[in-house]
Ligand binder design. Structure first.
Ligand code: F6R
Length: 609
């Protein structure tokens, strides 16, 4: 994780870098720092904690003369989140400084060598080792570029890194391997950053760097070289069409709330050009010409994995394709035999998640066709998958993923329908689902305010409980997992998502009066089965909240209260239940005074293993 930014131009670099870091904070926020050259001297300012603390320090300093600099917002991997471990890190002689996102795997071995050569270290980080490795290479290399490249060739692992040195005070060097890095090309100024919003107020022209590439920017030029032999590479700029408005809070208290309320739009945008509600057909252009897969393996992490698990039964039931959903960090270390004709679906909002990325590469090595389902255009997964289908949900800033999951579910449902169209017995089903899907954005828009007020009442009642269950069967089981994940990550309350039928095999022992169960109870073929599980919970005096659309009174079980939702057709109920769960977790966190958009210990984009 971590966010990095570098700037060379005509404006005061420090405030611009700090502003960019604010837009990268979703990538990590346990410490931060900047480095700039002023009066020929390399200055480094760092602070433990939120960016505000760095700003307070900078406010007491004269920093306005520097027009070149680098900055970093950290999510700790090596060493505690202290000021000493914060980036930028200087080489021990102070002749250069770097910021780094990723993990330098062989840093201990390199550190020992460097110590033998007289280099000293003041932090526990792998990054400081890399800074000294570059400084060591400077002793024999003909140029900074050569030293930078030679050091990076010795580093194993993943990185995006930016470097500044008073030897070339108006230049920033940067490189990437398995972590995102993008160049921003402006007029009289150039940028590098982990993500586009960092520099979007200044330019929309970007260059996506690939693994094994080095960039050198000055105020008036940008060049890209191969890491291997430093040969110059031809790169094209791409114009970014979305703007900062899409990445602002727009009157909502938190990004998470804004993004929950954006779900109707995200679902519409995701269907646009793919679903034809007049002729009842689905056509995903990206899948045109591709044979229906013999098997599907859906691989992802966290919330994206829940979307994949949700889609598994739809791909089986609607399209008749055997499908299995897998956690990327597990898949990558099993030697999974992939069958001929098996297609691997890689699901990732950011398109940069390290485990998911590794799974994609393994699947490709094994000869499987890969389809990426991504939200971020230009992301690594989007570029490396054989085919990419964008979810079109717009930028997701809140660390907790919400609208991206609704969009992933929409794409996956449309894919199931796309592959089901030759199945004549399923034509009527396709028509009913599409008719229902067309109404989902409007239905959601109508109910979101009421869902929020109900969620807020329930949060006030249950936020101080010892723990809670989220239960569901079939299509509702992945949603139960997601409900529990959201409560854990945002409010730090222990929550478990469980298949309702599994409760009696152990977890039911936890049930007592201050251990509530939120039960997903759509009016589907599993209604009676789940209802019986509720009886078992009620018999043990566990409070129950049933999210249901069945009847006005709900399951009519003593001690069970109903959170009534409008009814949608079949799997579409999930689109109404998901925001209810998201809003409950949001309200519980807000009630407990937690930092909703930046929960502790987390980061938006998990680019480390
Ligand atoms: C939870 C959350 C994470 C992500 C996971 C995968 O709210 O956001 O669980 O879903 O880190 O991220 P992507 O989808 O970017 O690969």
């Amino acid at each position: 994780m971590c966010g990095i930014i570098g700037y060379c131009g005509h404006r005061p670099a420090v405030p611009l870098i700090v502003e960019g870091l604010h837009r990268l904070e979703y990538r990590g926020y346990d410490s931060s720092g900047v480095c700039f050259v002023q009066n020929g001297e390399l200055k480094v300012v760092r602070a433990e904690g939120k960016l505000k603390l760095l700003e307070d320090k900078l406010a007491r300093m004269e920093v306005s003369l520097a027009t070149t600099g680098i900055g970093h917002t950290r999510w700790a991997t090596h060493g505690a989140p202290t000021e000493d471990n914060a980036h930028p890190h200087r080489s021990s002689e102070g002749d250069l400084a770097i910021v780094h996102n990723g993990i330098f795997e062989n840093y201990l071995e390199c550190k020992r060598d460097l110590q033998d050569k007289g280099f000293s270290f003041s932090s526990q980080t792998d990054t400081e080792v890399l800074a000294n490795l570059i400084a060591d290479e400077c002793r024999s290399a003909a140029s900074l570029l050569e030293a930078f490249a030679n050091a990076l060739k010795k580093a194993r692992g993943s990185y995006s890194v930016a470097m500044l040195s008073p030897r070339e005070p108006n230049v920033v060097y940067a490189a990437r391997h398995s972590c995102p890095l993008i160049l921003g090309v402006g007029a009289g100024e150039n940028f590098v950053a982990s993500d586009i919003p960092a520099f979007l107020p200044y330019t929309r022209e970007v260059v996506f760097l690939e693994d094994g590439e080095i960039a050198r920017i000055t105020p008036t030029s940008w060049e890209v070289f191969s890491l291997l032999d430093r040969a110059p590479l031809e790169k094209k700029t791409t114009r970014i069409e979305w703007d900062m408005q899409a990445a602002q809070k727009g009157g909502y208290k938190h990004f998470m709330l804004k993004e929950i309320f954006e779900q109707p739009q995200s679902i519409s945008d995701c269907m646009s050009g793919r679903a034809d509600f007049v002729n009842f057909s689905v056509n995903i252009a990206e899948l045109e010409g591709m044979e229906k897969p013999a098997r599907l393996r859906l691989i992802a992490c966290g919330t994206s994995y829940h979307a994949g698990l949700w889609a598994q039964s739809l791909l089986e039931g609607l399209a008749g394709i055997p499908a299995v959903a897998e956690i990327a960090s597990e898949f990558r270390y099993r030697n999974v035999p992939l069958e001929p004709g098996e297609v691997v679906l890689i699901i990732s909002q950011s398109g940069e998640t390290a485990d998911t990325m590794a799974a994609l590469r393994i699947a490709k090595e094994k000869g499987a066709k890969t389809i990426g389902i991504c939200n971020v255009v230009g992301s690594s997964i989007a570029r490396e998958a054989d085919t990419v289908i964008f979810t079109q949900a717009g930028p997701e800033i809140s660390v907790a993923s919400t609208k991206a999951m609704a969009a992933q579910m929409t794409v996956l449902l449309l894919m199931a329908l796309h592959w089901s169209k030759d199945e004549h017995p399923r034509r009527e089903e396709l028509r009913r689902i599409l008719t229902g899907l067309a109404d989902i954005p409007a239905a959601l828009r109508d109910i979101l305010p009421a869902l929020q007020s109900e969620a807020s009442k329930l949060a006030a009642r249950f936020a101080s409980c010892r723990g809670m269950f989220f239960l569901g069967r079939g299509q509702s089981y992945p949603l139960a997992l997601e409900g529990a994940l959201k409560v854990k990550e945002l409010s730090y309350i222990h929550a478990e998502g469980y298949a309702a039928g599994e409760m009696k095999h152990g977890p039911i022992a936890l049930i007592e009066p201050d251990f509530p169960s939120f039960v997903l109870l759509p009016n589907d073929g599993l209604y009676d089965k789940t209802r019986s599980n509720l009886e078992e919970v009620a018999a043990r005096k566990g409070p129950i909240v049933a999210l249901t659309c069945a009847g006005k009174s709900g399951p009519d079980i003593k001690g069970c209260e109903t959170w009534l939702l409008p009814e949608a057709y079949g799997p579409l109920n999930s689109f109404l239940m998901l925001p209810a769960l998201q809003l409950f977790s949001y309200e519980a966190a807000a009630f407990l005074g937690k930092d909703v958009d930046q929960p502790r210990n987390l980061a938006k984009s998990v680019t480390v293993e």
